[in-house]
Design a protein around this ligand. Structure first.
Ligand SMILES: [Zn+2]
Ligand SMILES: [Zn+2]
Length: 194
């Protein structure tokens, strides 16, 4: 079995990711922003099982309903962000949920802070982290952001993953937990591991 990961650059500099199981041709779309056509192109010939968002800032979720219409994928959001941003979905995620696509399972890790319902998605050695952590920083602060809580989520949830875990942020380049521990200013000083 083979896991496919394709990064799709969307409006507002948002990275969406399309995960695929090559043996069953099932897919999950993470962060369905706009334009939806770019995402639809990537899932041609695939069965889209889920359309999920790391959080409900518009750039990360604005194409959700249109993509659902085109592909039939089940939409899923964390309930705290659904409430905060008045968004609805077919399913509301909680920490520890597992979303199956073909021979793979995407695990949901609730990492509140950037928004109350921010989540990271983990499969194998890959973590899709939204705006919780970016290469060399964190996502842009908004009125919904609680940075203290975000740091707590990073420290208690993300740092529990293996250091070799690849990180795929909602903006900018991919990185790894190890590289961020060494370079990201948020780890300077107390609390840094390794
Ligand atoms: Zn955001
Ligand atoms: Zn963002």
């Amino acid at each position: 079995m083979k896991l496919g990961i394709v990064k799709v650059k969307l409006d507002r500099e948002v990275n969406a990711y399309v995960l695929t199981c090559s043996s069953t041709k099932e897919a999950i779309v993470i962060d369905p922003g706009l334009p939806v056509g770019k995402l639809a192109d990537q899932v041609k010939g695939m069965t889209v099982r889920f359309i999920v968002a790391t959080h409900c800032h518009p750039g990360h979720v604005a194409g959700k309903d249109e993509l659902k219409e085109l592909t039939g994928g089940e939409t899923a959001l964390h309930s705290a962000d659904a409430k905060q941003f008045l968004r609805s979905a077919d399913r509301y995620l909680v920490d520890g949920d597992e979303l199956e696509f073909g021979e793979f399972k995407l695990s949901v890790v609730h990492t509140p802070g950037h928004t109350p319902g921010s989540v990271c998605f983990v499969v194998a050695n890959h973590a899709f982290v939204g705006d919780t952590i970016l290469a060399g920083g964190i996502g842009k602060q908004t009125p919904e952001t609680d940075v203290r809580r975000q740091m707590m989520s990073i420290g208690t949830k993300l740092l529990r993953l293996p250091l070799t875990t690849a990180l795929y942020p909602g903006h900018g380049p991919a990185t790894s937990l190890e590289r961020e521990l060494a370079q990201n200013p948020i780890f300077r000083g107390a609390g840094a591991r390794a």
